[in-house]
Design a binder for this molecule. Structure first.
Ligand code: SIN
Length: 193
């Protein structure tokens, strides 16, 4: 799958003009809300874990020095918490560009905090995309994040803002918080560039 997913998303998952769609955000979509929405509320999806396994060549890194951002990895017993936004179809013109570095839209079942359910869309960067980096230990991920920077800013800001947003939602994500801890240690030790 090519690194730029704009056309693929518009072809495989067309959204009719004027439709209102729930979008599940679990990464930057929960701390950088640069799109309009009609309603938002905490939600979760079952069977997926948030992992810093996707490379970022455009926003939080470069071709030569990719950053790491989150994607979702299939994990049958896991529940991933985030935020659901009810958005108008036109918002996807912007989001497909923003998420173009490997993310495809998938339909998923959302569970809201009051226990009700609805269908929604979620952007996932699957292992077959060109920017995918895959598993690494959390200390190495923190090192890589510490050194990367792209047009949207330092990769470390993505991590710190995501961890803060998850805390604000009352979510405990061990993977994200462990990487954040390693990053803070690297910065404190003065071994960061
Ligand atoms: C998301 O936030 O839902 C997708 C991943 C990202 O843009 O960080």
């Amino acid at each position: 799958m090519p690194a730029n997913t704009i056309e693929e998303n518009q072809y495989r998952s067309p959204i009719s003009d004027g439709d209102q769609v729930w979008l599940f955000g679990y990464g930057s979509l929960i701390f950088k809300v640069d799109f309009s929405y009609l309603e938002s509320k905490p939600a979760s999806i079952r069977g997926w874990s948030r992992r810093f396994w996707q490379g970022s060549h455009d926003h939080r890194g470069t071709e030569n020095n990719p950053g790491r951002v989150v994607t979702l990895i299939e994990s049958p017993d896991a529940v991933c918490g985030g935020v659901a936004f009810l958005v108008e179809s036109a918002v996807f013109n912007h989001l497909d560009v923003r998420e173009k570095n490997g993310y495809l839209r998938f339909t998923t079942e959302l569970t809201f905090s009051d226990g009700t359910h609805d269908k929604g869309l979620v952007y996932i960067a699957t292992p077959d995309n060109e920017a995918y980096l895959g598993e690494a230990n959390e200390c190495d991920i923190a090192q890589q994040i510490c050194c990367a920077k792209g047009t949207s800013g330092p990769n470390r800001d993505y991590l710190i803002e995501l961890a803060g947003a998850l805390r604000g939602l009352g979510l405990n994500d061990r993977h994200v918080f462990d990487i954040e801890l390693h990053l803070r240690q690297i910065i404190e030790d003065g071994s960061s560039p």
